[in-house]
Design a protein around this ligand. Sequence first.
Ligand code: 13P
Length: 337
Amino acid sequence: MSVNDLNKIAEYIVSNGKGILAADESTGTIKKRFDSIDIESTEQSRRTYREMLFQADGMKDNIGGVILFEETLKQNAENGTSLVQVISNQGALPGIKVDKGLTPISEGSKETITNGLDDLDQRCKEYYQIGAKFTKWRAVINIGNGIPTDDCIDENMLRLANYAKIVQANKMVPIVEPEVLMDGSHSIDECYDATSRVLKSLFKHLKDMNVDIKGTILKPNMVISGASCPNQAEIQEVAEKTVRCLLENVPKELPGIAFLSGGQSDINATAHLDAMNKIGEFSWKLSFSYGRALQQAALKVWMGKKENIASAQSAFSHRALMNKKAALGNWNKDIEN
Ligand code: 13P
């Protein structure tokens, strides 16, 4: 596959306002989500839930890619069709989370590094055979007293670049996700500084490793106030500071930026994206790669009951459409109801 093909995959995922459904919760994380509606997390219940989302009408035209956990990549729908095929039938590309979680950077540290490079090349070969077109690796950066340190940023971004290189050699598009967490009482400006340091380091390492930027998607956090900051920045300030930070640090040839929602409410995640796209047109597409902000409403309607599936699908389809409109800068509050 040529570099051109990787570029085509990346461009397709974020074309015409399309975004990404992040459905790659690890077994531990999906259990937490299911606990919130009192549903036992089993291979069967996870399959039923995810199949419900992938079969929803709102996948079509709104979702260009779905990030899966390894278990889901290998699962079949109830009628025997593979879930990879169900996703493809909806016009979306299947992708896979390939990182293997976090460990502290040193004993007792709040800072973490992401694992999973050791057998990545081998795993990529298998994922490609099953049909994955893209992958995701998440690095996590905390803001707090004296952190993030340069060492933590540097090590995490180096690993992201190594990951991206291996994935492209295996003919898939890497989504690079350096997430500066919302947790904490920091101000929006502290988030700006941390995000800016992270992005500078990331693109330096990607360049040093000769990663093809045209065949890469960035999945960043928005520049936003810490969740427990007493002075929460307004929608417009988040949009302006996020766009400025990206313009300063992200190369023009990158095809797409697809934000994570990171614990924002559904409406805020949509409103922020819309406000950014109303600022103007950029060299890259600004879109979404939401987990919670696309799924929360559907999960609450579903409650694990068969008779709720159609309404849960409507709830998901609505959020998918609202975020597509936001990716085009065509959303407003009145179209929510
Ligand atoms: P959230 O949108 O829920 O943050 O999830 C996106 C994701 O994939 C985090 O890695």
